[in-house]
Design a protein around this ligand. Sequence first.
Ligand code: NAD
Length: 737
Amino acid sequence: MTYKNFTIETDADGIALVTWDMPDKSMNVFTVEVMDEIEKILDQTVADDGIKGVVFTSGKSSFSGGADLTMIKGMFSMLEEEKAKDPAAAVQKLFDAAGRMTWLWRKIETCGKPWVSAINGTCMGGATELSLACHGRVASNAKSVKIGLPEVKVGIFPGAGGTQRVARLANTQDALQMMTTGQTLSAARAKAMNLVHQVVEPGELINAAKQMIKDGLKPVAPWDEKGFKVPGGGIWTPASAQLWPAASAILRRETAGNYPAALAILKCVYEGLQVPFDTGLKIEQRYFTEIVQTTEAYSMIRSLFVSMQELNKGARRPSGQPKSEIKKVGVVGAGFMGASIAYVTAAAGINVVLIDRDMEAAGKGKTHSEGLVAGAVGKGKMTKDEGDKLLSLITPSDDYGTLADADLVIEAVFEDRDVKKAVIEKVEAVLPEGAIFASNTSTLPITGLAKNSKRPVDFIGIHFFSPVEKMMLTEVILGKETGDKALAVALDYVAAIKKTPIVVNDTRGFFVNRCVLRYMSESYNMLIEGVPPVMIENAAKFAGMPVGPLALNDEVAIDLSYKILKATVADLGENAIDPRHMELVSRMVEKEERFGRKNGKGFYDYPAKPAKKHIWPGLKDFYPQQKPDAVNVKTLQERFLATIALEAARTVEEGIVTDPREADVGSILGFGFAPYTGGALSYIDGMGVKTFVELCERLAKDYGAHFTPTPLLKDMAAKGETFYGRFDPYGEAAKAA
Ligand code: NAD
């Protein structure tokens, strides 16, 4: 029998090597067709008396990325359509669909012949669950081998036996930690957790897997053997009595109750370990069916899985532009940002010329990369050769002539119009025809900067976030005259350095900083009202923000906030800001000399390590303090999320953001907007625009006109629309644009 996605070779010992290699994909993923083929292979190998056992591996450099997004999308649209007809039948159908993988993997486990999974590379989600259902697991010790169950990161959980098998193999604490955080494991760590049996050299993988079968591997899972005991003794032990209350408390601390899928993992393990294995699988299937129907799962899968992949694959890339080959990038300005941009560019294998005003400054920029490489080599994350290769790609220089063969130049000089103008002119004097100029400005509109350019069509913004090495987002900004080629090159570059792009039109603060400023300015309002600062920070965290607004302001620098407020007044007039904010920030900077983390004094104090930062006690003397009991923490949470979401909605209304996927992904990757909501616009869609408008009206009445819902929101509320409906990224209008 032949298969589209698999080949089978049976050797003289009767061991069938099943190799998964999907012809039309760069990575193996589970589709309905793949599962059908696995079932046929299973039936075929069971029926064939000549086959003694099966080794299951991948023909690609990775093992498998897990479920295919089109399958998941299909599950949601099926649910929506069926629910409209018959809600109970729809849920039953979902339950059955959710169980397809569960029971297929169980069929492998109980087929009577030994199966061994030979894990040669990244192995995620359903692929890890399939491997766990095999009787033997061998992993290669290559650095690329990563084993994980990352489902919780997109609002669901391992629902094909993962919660039951991991908890019956590893100790409960490790099992819970692995699944509730979605962490990935090296092969060695997976072995230490008892999740794989052997770790071998890559070239030994298949032989070792076959040898397990030849050595008489029993085709029975441990839990199907009589007398099986859960590691650590199960739920009703003194150790468990200590572990479970702590596990619930830790989960609460880490998630503030915002992630139903994480809680479901705890429930599946707690309940599943008390019953026979098949009953455990059923419990998991039921919770999975429930979780898939939550708004959190829907929104997180849409933004963090589907949209993110679509944006990474160039959803906003203009059609008709050939893929650009970026061989050489010039980075002008080797300071804080430029040095890091040079590093991530070289890490992508691209040649970089790093230019500054003199050789000393340029060389200092390269020192940053040398430090990072030394750290990575020291930690074994990079070999010495890889590090040397990376560094050899960065050439510090003070000579603009070296840009004569650059494909792209990124400017990261001082945030000063005149300095940037001079740099644009110098670069353009040597930059070849057709090469693209990008500015990393964080506040200056691109259209204005492009006025200094002789070829504004080739002028674009590529806005990085700090720390560049860690932040996954880049904001690509279109000036009024930016052309398609510039956009295509910018997106190809962002793809090469493996970051996620959002494309926005030009405006003051672009998208991310506009939203972040709202977050911080709402915390100023709360300080002024006398809300205790610690409550402000905690409320933001309960709302799902990773960093409190005051801590964030310290990172950004309070003197920078002061500069931005002053620039806003200079450009837009006194009424553009709240004078009480200016008073607060100028007092912090001018009177108290508290600039933020950079001088160890901000809204927080930063004592020497190991002491932890804590809110500066003097802050509460600024305003008469409310009694903590009088503060409604839930309202504080709503204010933070609503003020950001409103700003995101304004950017859509003004045509700055044209695709809701970008506002959502940008808000999560850019500043950690409560990921369980799926992002700033999904937060609105998730509760319904009408409910959001009512919330804003209530907040406007109590906390100020900045909460007044916009005309677009009111119109959408009246018509019962959503952002993804009205600005459908897959609709005809979007395709035509
Ligand atoms: P920085 O002061 O650390 O670095 C600027 C560098 O530019 C310095 O090394 C300086 O010597 C060099 N420079 C100045 N004039 C030059 C010239 N004429 N020719 C060549 N080099 C020159 O500043 P930074 O924080 O790296 O910011 C750079 C740009 O990035 C700014 O536009 C800023 O708005 C933007 N940005 C900064 C951040 C951030 O977090 N710091 C984030 C996003 C964007």
